[in-house]
Design a protein around this ligand. Structure first.
Ligand SMILES: Nc1ncnc2c1ncn2[C@@H]1O[C@H](COP(=O)(O)OP(=O)(O)OP(=O)(O)O)[C@@H](O)[C@H]1O
Length: 515
């Protein structure tokens, strides 16, 4: 894909000079230098916990640096809050969008920055400006649409427009492609090219190195809190980048062999889930997962994946259908009973469903597993054993944190994810339900987690895999379904299908063509 010629100027818009940021027991950023030029797309890459988010939050006024200076357009600034950063022309689009579903695109964009004329809200001017922004940057916004009706990619464009509306000249994006299908990624990159063409600077964090190489003008690598290299995409490869990130050579991944058996471990039969308003969120879904098999589900977010996982885990009551585990009908079982029966669970929202952020890692290690050896039994727990075993999980899954006493909320996103995987994979499992198991995890740790999941498969584990990462779905799944508007619309062979074809099934384009 062509994303336009270079528009990079020699004019720095942001300069970070010797930035150090400490948290209790951790130096998150140490003496970081970073220069962002007008008209460039600047990617920040690094392992989990390397300090990328901390640096971006510092630039966006969410943290104050302990040492160092930030200059915008050559003048030193001292941000006390994101409002200060916004006033200086710096905006940020977070990974978890912060839009109000029940408001329109227009209302969301102006929220908190409402233009006024003569003391009254001036929506006409706002509408005009939004139209202009939408046209200039090719955002395709419909000001009157409800945000609830928009796709993930459109919501992201609303977030970008929100930042532009506030006059940003530097836009920070935190892992913007993690939730997009390939066609949407291309569209986003075209938007980013449009922004830099107008002289804006885009700074984005990503773990997807091939994408970084495609879209960035400059790549800064952060390792263990500090900048170790600034490279041009034309002069490097994904592998070299990954090696710069970890500071050593990477092992070559193994090829896979099928381990699928004839024994059905999970059978889902005619599963239908209806919303409170009476809409079918999941319609007549049937499939089975055999021992030694990974069954993957590809879909654009919001097409029933969450409901499927919740119905299997007993977190949502189906209006019809059955879920059978190893021959036993568990449709009426509570969530707790399903966990006790040995269903390992990696939920999509680790903060809400998998971790207690205010509790130490060892308590999080016990969560949901406190009655299993060596952590405890039916009527007792063993904190000392939990601490020791937490250290083991941290070592085996490369969870970077000072120790088992560290609070889960103090870990970087990727390290939290590694802890959850380590915990779930440490139990005696009847099967595994994994939603986005490596979301936010760096390439090195991702390869490690994939190896664990493959090893468990080789040992006979049946796995349901939901992921927005097509490489992950294609690389791990033995059988791949596409889920669209609550239905399984295609069953594909992961060894045969390309990411592009898969993407067109996910958006429904392939089905329209064949119809
Ligand atoms: N609020 C906080 N309190 C204590 N420690 C923190 C806090 N935020 C971050 N850290 C620590 O700072 C270090 C850098 O974390 P940061 O989130 O910046 O990493 P990252 O590169 O963005 O990682 P990831 O790719 O996993 O998102 C980590 O060791 C993390 O545990």
């Amino acid at each position: 894909m062509c994303v336009g010629g270079s528009t990079v100027t020699a004019e720095p818009v942001v300069e970070l000079d010797g930035i150090t940021k400490r948290f209790p027991g951790v130096v998150a950023n140490h003496d970081v230098d970073l220069t962002v030029l007008r008209g460039e797309v600047h990617a920040i890459v690094g392992e989990n916990g390397a300090g990328k988010s901390t640096l971006m939050k510092t630039l966006y006024g969410m943290h104050r640096p302990d040492e160092g200076t930030i200059r915008v357009d050559g003048s030193p600034v001292d941000f006390h809050s994101p409002n200060d950063a916004i006033a200086a022309g710096i905006g940020m689009v977070h990974q978890h969008f912060m839009l109000a579903d029940n408001l329109t695109v227009l209302e969301n964009i102006v929220l908190g920055a409402e233009p006024r004329a003569g003391g009254r809200l001036d929506y006409a001017t706002a509408r005009e400006r939004i139209r202009e922004l939408s046209q200039r940057y090719g955002l395709g916004l419909h000001p009157n649409r409800l945000v609830a009706e928009l796709s993930v990619a459109d919501r992201q464009r609303v977030e970008i427009a929100k930042v532009l509306f506030r006059g940003a000249r530097v836009i920070i994006l935190d892992e913007p492609t993690a939730v997009l299908v390939p066609q949407e990624v291309d569209a986003l990159f075209t938007n980013l090219a449009g922004l830099r063409g107008e002289g804006l600077a885009v700074v984005f964090i990503s773990h997807k190195l091939d994408e970084v190489l495609k879209v960035a003008d400059t790549i800064t690598v952060i390792r263990r809190g500090t900048t170790v290299a600034t490279v041009e995409p034309s002069a490097t490869t994904p592998r070299q980048l990954a090696e710069l990130m970890v500071g050593s050579e990477l092992p070559t991944p193994e090829t896979r062999e099928s381990t699928v058996t004839d024994v059905v471990q999970l059978r889902v039969d005619g599963l239908t889930v209806t919303s409170d308003e009476g809409f079918e969120l999941l319609s007549d879904v049937s499939f089975s997962v055999r021992r030694g098999e990974i069954v993957g589900f590809a879909g654009v977010e919001g097409n029933g994946q969450s409901e499927l996982v919740e119905a299997i885990m007993g977190l949502r009551k189906p209006s019809a259908g059955r879920v059978v585990l190893g021959g036993e009908d568990m449709t009426e079982w509570t969530a707790q009973r399903r966990r006790r029966a040995g269903i390992g669970f990696v939920p999509e929202d680790r903060h809400r469903q998998a971790l207690l952020l205010e509790a130490p890692l060892w308590e999080n290690r016990m969560l949901g597993h406190q009655d299993q050896a060596p952590l405890g039994g039916r009527f007792w727990i063993n904190p000392a054993a939990a601490r020791t075993d937490t250290q083991r999980v941290m070592d085996e899954y490369d969870v970077r944190a000072p120790g088992p006493e560290t609070l889960a909320g103090a870990l970087s996103g990727g390290n939290q994810q590694k802890l959850v995987i380590g915990r779930e994979m440490s139990a005696e499992l009847a099967m595994l339900v994994a939603a986005h198991p490596t979301r936010g995890v760096d390439v090195g740790a991702q390869a490690g987690i994939w190896d664990r999941i493959r090893d468990a498969r080789a040992a006979g584990l049946a796995t349901v895999l939901i992921s927005a990462d097509l490489e992950e779905l294609l690389g791990l799944s033995d059988t791949l379904y596409v889920i669209l508007r609550g239905r399984l619309v295609a069953k594909l062979d992961p060894a045969e299908v390309t990411p592009e074809t898969l993407g067109s099934y996910m958006t429904g384009a392939a089905l329209e063509e064949s119809a």
